[in-house]
Design a protein around this ligand. Structure first.
Ligand code: ATP
Ligand code: MG
Length: 264
């Protein structure tokens, strides 16, 4: 099961990061290529109709594949219609506001797709694990987030949230590859080692997030992510299925097009 029932208790041990849907890599990659063409048409309709919008939220442990998924799944879409925002540790200005202030500033306008690489869930993840705010503060955020996402949904934004689920061994392998390959050194961050040591605490924080903020209007997808090719397919399918369901149409053309004569 990739989307658990809304607001049910999630235990990540029930979700196998190695799951490959009994597929072969070639078949999955071919399916992604085909869906990419459909996604491109759906995105053009979203943009042309200029009524609704889509928000894609990505969250994962370090080396979980957020960047790679965004690159693979969204390549092929007209860049004019997509905004990607990577949320880093908040600036002092951001910290002087409520935690959703900087997030709201990047939600999609009508006709657009916004992609969040990290997002407001950091405020119940790193903030909780590193005790950057007292428990009384972050505990209340699950409700605040649900209300915020409901507000966006009611305002015409469809929201899909993806937790890319890798295991600790896979993370180690990916870190090692970054260390071994000079062209990947830029991706290696010594600070990530500390987060790895906090793995179990993070898993608890993720489970709470996935239990408390998985709603009908903004579902969490728990994506098996040890195999990148299967991860890409799962994310691609979820996006395409949602956009098919959004009932997108090209707008009515201006009247009188049949009488237009293009001047020489
Ligand atoms: P890369 O995969 O390229 O390393 P990244 O998303 O890890 O990308 P970094 O600049 O390395 O980017 O890290 C961003 C850091 O900002 C993360 O450690 C994340 O936990 C932290 N961060 C994001 N939002 C918040 C927040 N609200 N409060 C505190 N820290 C945050
Ligand atoms: Mg990093």
């Amino acid at each position: 099961m990739i989307v658990p029932p809304p607001l049910s208790k999630v235990n990540l041990k029930d979700f196998d990061p190695n799951d490959n849907g009994n597929m072969e890599r070639d078949a999955a990659e071919a399916a992604v290529d085909q869906l990419r063409d459909e996604l491109s048409v759906l995105q053009e309709k979203l943009y042309a109709s200029n009524e609704k919008s889509l928000l894609l939220v990505f969250q994962a442990m370090d080396a979980g594949g957020k960047d790679g998924t965004i690159k693979k799944v969204l390549s092929g879409i007209n860049p004019q219609g997509v905004h990607v925002t990577s949320f880093k540790a908040p600036t002092s200005e951001e910290l002087a506001h409520d935690f959703l202030w900087r997030i709201h500033a990047h939600t999609p306008a009508k006709g657009y797709i916004s992609v969040f690489n990290r997002n407001h869930y950091e405020d119940v993840l790193v903030v909780r694990v590193d005790k950057l705010a007292p428990e009384l503060v972050w505990r209340e955020r699950y409700d605040h987030i649900n209300n915020f996402e409901k507000f966006l949904y009611d305002s015409g934004t469809r929201i899909l949230k993806f937790y890319l689920h890798i295991d600790k061994d896979e993370q180690k392998e990916r870190f090692q590859k970054r260390l071994d390959d000079p062209e990947k050194h830029w991706k290696f961050d010594i600070a990530d080692m500390r987060k790895r040591e906090q793995w179990d605490e993070y898993m608890k924080a993720y489970e709470d997030m996935l239990s408390k903020c998985n709603t009908e209007y903004a579902p969490w997808h728990i994506v098996p992510a040890n195999r990148k090719w299967y991860r890409n397919l799962v994310v691609m399918q979820a996006i395409v299925e949602t956009m098919r369901d959004m009932d997108l149409h090209y707008p009515e053309p201006q009247t009188g097009l049949d009488k237009v004569v293009i001047p020489d």
